[in-house]
Design a protein around this ligand. Structure first.
Ligand SMILES: Nc1ncnc2c1ncn2[C@@H]1O[C@H](COP(=O)(O)OP(=O)(O)OP(=O)(O)O)[C@@H](O)[C@H]1O
Ligand SMILES: O=C(O)c1ccc[n+]([C@@H]2O[C@H](COP(=O)([O-])O)[C@@H](O)[C@H]2O)c1
Length: 196
């Protein structure tokens, strides 16, 4: 039986806190694999992310040398809104058996979980692995308190970093070197991403 984590996000761009969260989840949950799933069409966000090709290229640079981590582009090849329930159904159907599946999310997404498409079915299919965000510990929102679900708390140092801040710094011409891996910073500079 494998322990498989699914870590979805816009990764626009991938940043150091994503990597810290993925590292903490991989170690704490003793994952055999962590699948990074870049979002295709984030229906829940108001702005469109950068081209998928750029987001994937940056993920490849950031994840190099981590044998347990891989990028799964399935949401990028699917039309329509990117619902995690569709992703989980597809992954589990492709690998039936006794794997244990973990969905890795931050506290901000746990708080909003009852707005997710098919969230009740998701709770039956995965263990939620929730990390604190900006030091806010995982607390079940009211809708989830009434529904028994498997939960793991992923311990990690608090971080207020968000990709939004990185995009905003770049638009203002400010440095981002301490916020993303050096290879990602170089890629952003070479491709003039997120400039005004
Ligand atoms: N600082 C953080 N602390 C804990 N979890 C985080 C943090 N930043 C992102 N995450 C988690 O990583 C996952 C992917 O997030 P996402 O790619 O949207 O990053 P983001 O930095 O929040 O981006 P944006 O600012 O564009 O919304 C989500 O589950 C989110 O909760
Ligand atoms: O399936 C949904 O309805 C749903 C609603 C909100 C967020 N998600 C997923 O949660 C992951 C993290 O979202 P975000 O906004 O923090 O990038 C990403 O994979 C999203 O597709 C999924």
């Amino acid at each position: 039986m494998s322990r498989i984590g699914i870590f979805g996000g816009s990764f626009d761009p991938v940043h150091n806190t994503h990597l810290a969260l993925a590292t903490a989840a991989t170690q704490h949950l003793q994952l055999d694999e962590l699948r990074w799933v870049p979002t295709g069409h984030p229906w829940h966000k108001t702005s469109r992310p950068a081209d998928a090709a750029h987001r994937v290229a940056m993920l490849k640079l950031a994840l190099a040398g981590q044998p347990q981590w891989r990028i799964d582009e399935l949401e990028l090849h699917r039309s329509g809104p990117s619902y995690t329930i569709d992703t989980v159904r597809w992954l589990q159907a492709a690998e039936p058996g006794t794997h244990q599946w973990f969905l890795v999310i931050g506290q901000d997404q746990y708080e909003k979980f009852a707005t997710w498409h098919g969230w009740q079915e998701l709770l039956q299919r995965v263990t939620l692995a929730v990390a604190n965000r900006a030091g806010v510990p995982p607390v079940a929102p009211p809708a989830l308190q009434a529904v028994p679900h498997a939960l793991e708390v992923v311990p990690m140092p608090p971080s207020e970093l968000a990709a939004t801040d990185i995009r905003s710094r770049l638009a203002q011409g400010l440095p981002i070197d301490m916020l993303v891996p050096p290879q990602v910073a170089s890629y952003i500079a070479q491709n003039a991403l997120y400039r005004k």
